[in-house]
Every structure is written in C-alpha cells, then in structure tokens.
Design a protein around this ligand. Structure first.
Ligand code: DX5
Ligand code: ZN
Length: 217
C-alpha cells in the first residue's frame, strides 16, 4: 500500500477546508496534520479543535503527527477529536509503550517517530507493537526544508526488519519529499509519503500531486 499524505501545514489556513477539498479532488485520502506546541519544536500549529472541526467534513484518514512535550496529556484530546492515526515522538517520552496502548485501545492507529539524529535501533523495543513508524527526513518544526538522504538508511533497515520479523507497521517519511526524493524513498522501503510544500506550494497543484503519485507507484 503506497500512500501520499499531503501535509496541511503548507496549506493556507485562512481557507483550510477549501484547501483540503482541492487536494482531495486530486485523489488524496490521507491528510497529515502537524501538531506543534512551541516547546518540542520551535513552532506552533494545529490543536485538537481543528481536527474536531475537520472531522465531519472529510472522510480522509487524519494522520496526526504530535511534535509536543507530554504527548500523553494530549492523546485523549486527539482521540476525542477524531484522529485516525496518532504518532508521537520517541524523544518526547521516557516510555512510549503506555501511550501506544492508550492509542490502540481507543481503536486508533499508533505511530512512533524519530528525529534525524535519533538512531533507528532505538525503535527496536516497540517495532512489534506499533502500527506506523515515521522517519523524519528534516528537523521537525517547519515545512519547506531540504531532504536528508541519510534517512533512507533508516527506512531500508525498517523495511528489512519488517520483512524478517513479519511486523505490520507502515513506514512513513516526512520532510523534503518531492517527486525525486519520493522515488528514492519508494526504493528504500517507504510506504507513506508526507508532502507539504511540494503540493501546496506548487504553481500547478494538480500536476504536482499527479507527479508525486506517479513517483510512488
Ligand atoms: C515538519 C513537518 C512536516 C512538514 C513537511 O516538521 O513534520 O510534516 O509539513 O513539509 P515539507 O513537505 O514541505 O518538507
Ligand atoms: Zn509531520
């Protein structure tokens, strides 16, 4: 299953629903929602109220990426708001397991993410439990940064572990994805491709979307 997950961080927030509906008209059915608290990362973005108001307006999978300190406090808010996937950062907690369980018990998918400097083997204890691994290919905080090609060593390793052990997690990549980097990521085992500026920042969004789709097929 290859999925393109447009990141609404790069949308025009003054007309968010129209932006989402435009992207959905090109075929999008996963939306990546970047949640930033101004502490874990030096930026602030979307909270649960936005997810809650979007929920009745879209059938797309709401893929919420929590770049926050104390995600445990916020997970129940996003569950209630109607998130489908809730991904937390390994760096933000001492033990992610109780939070992964909290997410999964509510019927949602649980993801675990690591920043570029965090080694991929730090995920080992959780690989059998999680539904998704999100590899950051930029320092989290802002859209529009350059792709860090090193991240593909992590996705390759994750793909090999998944195959070897029969794990079920999806491998997602986030940051600097365009048609060129998506193709490289596809070859390195990535299954879910987050793209913000490459879609919302494009002059011809429809064309940009189709080019990305073609790159991951
Ligand atoms: C960065 C966010 C990304 C961001 C990606 O911290 O997690 O999801 O929106 O934006 P692009 O695709 O522009 O790098
Ligand atoms: Zn993200």
């Amino acid at each position: 299953m290859m999925k393109l997950a447009p990141s609404i961080l790069s949308a025009d927030f003054s007309k968010l629903l129209a932006e989402i509906q435009e992207i959905e008209s090109y075929g999008a059915n996963w939306l990546h929602v970047d949640v930033m608290d101004g502490h874990f990362v030096p930026n602030m973005t979307i909270g649960p109220v936005v997810v809650e108001s979007l929920r009745p307006k879209t059938r797309s999978t709401l893929d919420c990426h929590l770049m926050v300190n104390e995600p445990g406090k916020m997970i129940p808010w996003f569950i209630r708001a109607g998130a489908d996937v809730i991904t937390i950062h390994l760096e933000s907690v001492s033990d992610p397991l109780p939070l992964i369980e909290m997410i999964q018990k509510s019927g949602k998918k649980a993801g675990l993410s690591i920043k570029p400097k965090t080694p991929v083997d730090s995920l080992i204890p959780y690989l059998s439990k999680i539904d998704l691994v999100l590899i950051m290919s930029v320092e989290p905080g802002f859209g529009g940064q350059g792709f860090m090609a090193d991240s593909l060593n992590k996705t390759k390793w994750l793909a090999a572990e998944k195959k070897k052990n029969g794990y079920s997690y999806l491998i997602e990549i986030d940051g600097g994805i365009n048609a060129t980097t998506a193709m490289a990521a596809r070859a390195a085992g990535v299954e879910v491709f987050v793209a913000g500026s490459a879609i919302f920042g494009a002059k011809d969004r429809s064309k940009a979307y189709q080019e990305l789709e073609a790159a991951i097929r």
